[in-house]
Design a binder for this molecule. Structure first.
Ligand SMILES: Nc1ncnc2c1ncn2[C@@H]1O[C@H](COP(=O)(O)OP(=O)(O)O)[C@@H](O)[C@H]1O
Ligand SMILES: [Mg+2]
Length: 215
């Protein structure tokens, strides 16, 4: 543990370059030090994995350091549950968390990877467990939940200290049963949706320009 923290401070914290424009946009990682890999970014933090330790990740806060304290408290109140990560260590501007494997549901949709119903069931159960611990599921959206081997996980619980739940996860569950099961689940598309839109638009513009220039 001690040597891992020393490694973080020496090779990651001092060399990483991150930019945070505003709280509504994801952090930008401008430079990832050698031997580290950036696993993902959120609006507050970026998460890194060192190639010598695939069990833990480092979540560096680029802004909102009170958020770091709150997240650490939430992990303490959560106790142990298989669908959540665990807090391993709290630093000044970073947390060491247990690594969760797999992909976010957002990326699953973008990559056309099928999301089994069990993933939704697991996450629902895990959120109930959080409620039983007196926590409040907030900000549970596609980039904060993951799946691996057909099981669901919640990767970001930093807002679970709040008092009032939001509708984000409910909306995803609704979309899953009303839309996803009938469409993408049956016919997974491998191309990201936004790319499809882009292609469709550029194709239209392209054909429009072509038509114009030939007549
Ligand atoms: N414990 C973890 N194991 C693996 N990947 C993680 C873990 N925590 C976060 N990530 C990845 O990093 C991304 C950003 O982390 P997150 O905790 O959501 O940051 P933020 O609080 O800024 O939203 C996530 O969407 C996920 O892809
Ligand atoms: Mg997040």
């Amino acid at each position: 543990m001690k040597s891992y923290v020393a490694l973080i401070e020496k090779t990651l914290i001092h060399n990483v370059k991150m930019k945070s424009k505003n709280p509504f946009e994801p952090i930008k990682v401008l430079h990832t030090p050698r031997e580290w890999e950036c696993l993902g970014v959120g609006n507050y933090a970026a998460v890194f994995l060192h190639h010598s330790n695939k069990d833990w990740v480092v979540k560096i806060y680029a802004r909102n350091l009170e958020g770091l304290e709150k997240e650490a408290e939430v992990y303490q109140r959560m106790g142990h549950h298989p669908a959540y990560s665990q807090l391993v260590y709290k630093g000044e501007n970073f947390l060491v968390l247990k690594r969760l494997k797999g992909i976010t549901l957002y990326n699953a949709v973008a990559k056309g990877v099928r999301i089994p119903e069990q993933v939704i069931i697991d996450i629902n159960q895990a959120l109930d467990y959080a409620r039983s611990q007196g926590l409040t599921p907030v900000d549970v959206h596609g980039k904060n939940v993951m799946m691996n081997d057909g099981k669901g996980y919640i990767v970001d619980i930093s807002d679970f200290y709040k008092e009032k739940e939001d509708e984000k996860w409910n909306d995803i569950v609704k979309a899953y049963y009303k839309f996803y099961r009938k469409t993408l689940y049956k016919f997974p598309v491998k191309i990201p949706l936004f790319v499809l839109d882009l292609v469709r638009h550029s194709y239209r513009i392209y054909t429009y320009i072509k038509k114009k220039s030939f007549h």
